[in-house]
Design a protein around this ligand. Structure first.
Ligand code: NAP
Length: 245
């Protein structure tokens, strides 16, 4: 399908890290991109600027995906300001708040699960009918290696990221006959702000490729899943982890 028929792509948490790379990549692939962020407007505008400089189309939109009412209002505004449908959603926004489970308070549990699990619902559910009526859509959810293997100090994060896998598989079944795909990308250790405190010697010990991944390596897999070439790929979990799973 021609890019103009495919509508716009919304990437949540695209002001930095993996989300910013996904936004740049999808723009280079020909999608008009909505660069979502929570608080760092300047970073999001820098991503938009880089995309435009490279000849792509992008706008920045700040809203907190864990806030259902704010997200619904933002999506209504996005749909009202442009008649092109939003047919690609990359649910990438995520946070960690690591601590041993005996010390974990409700705030740490809720912040992490609301951003990932409620964020998925808040962003995806209002946009799904558009994809169904276009008979074309792509949903990519950013999980983590922690969802599959667990990680000390990440009971909240692993629970949230594993929820995305179940939600994606179910959604893929519901939407398959409508030509809307839903898949999970599951990064290992990727070099971003989120992993800035992971010591290099630990990376070398636990990652078979003995290095962190870079954000472009994740964005390349998202680009494939969103492309027409991936039209028969749905309900899958694709690791981008240098063999660390
Ligand atoms: P990052 O550098 O910390 O960036 C997080 C992004 O999410 C920022 O753009 C941030 O926006 C946004 N965000 C956070 N909470 C939000 C909310 N409630 N609403 C909207 N945006 C929100 O993270 P990253 O390393 O790129 O990770 C991206 C995704 O990949 C996350 O889901 C993460 O769990 C997952 N992941 C990362 C790794 C890794 O090794 N880095 C591994 C596995 C999975 P602001 O800056 O504007 O606040």
């Amino acid at each position: 399908m021609k890019p103009e028929k495919r509508g716009r792509a919304l990437v949540t948490g695209a002001s930095r890290g993996i989300g910013a790379a996904v936004a740049r990549r999808l723009a280079a692939d020909g999608f008009p991109v909505i660069v979502n962020y929570r608080s760092r407007a300047d970073d999001a505008e820098a991503v938009v600027g880089a995309i435009r400089e490279a000849g792509g189309e992008a706008v920045a939109h700040g809203f907190d995906v864990s806030d259902g009412a704010a997200t619904r209002e933002a999506l209504e505004g996005l749909l009202a300001e442009d008649d092109r449908a939003i047919t690609v959603v990359v649910n990438n926004a995520g946070v960690t708040q690591d601590m041993p489970f005996p010390a974990m308070d409700w705030t740490a549990w809720e912040r992490v699960t609301r951003t990932t699990v409620d964020g998925f619902f808040n962003v995806t559910q209002p946009l799904i009918m558009q994809m169904i009526s276009q008979r074309w859509g792509r949903i990519v959810n950013m999980s983590s290696v922690s969802a599959h293997r667990g990680n000390r100090g990440q009971v909240n994060y692993a629970a949230a990221k594993a929820s995305l896998v179940g939600a994606t598989r179910s959604l893929a079944l519901e939407l398959a006959k409508r030509k809307v795909t839903a898949n999970v990308v599951s990064p290992g250790l990727i070099d971003t702000d989120m992993t800035s405190e992971v010591p290099m010697n630990i990376v070398e010990q636990i990652v078979p490729m003995r290095r962190m991944g870079n954000v472009e390596e994740v964005a390349a897999v998202v680009s494939f899943l969103v492309s027409d070439e991936a039209s028969y790929v749905t309900g899958q979990v694709i690791g981008v982890d240098g063999g660390f799973r």
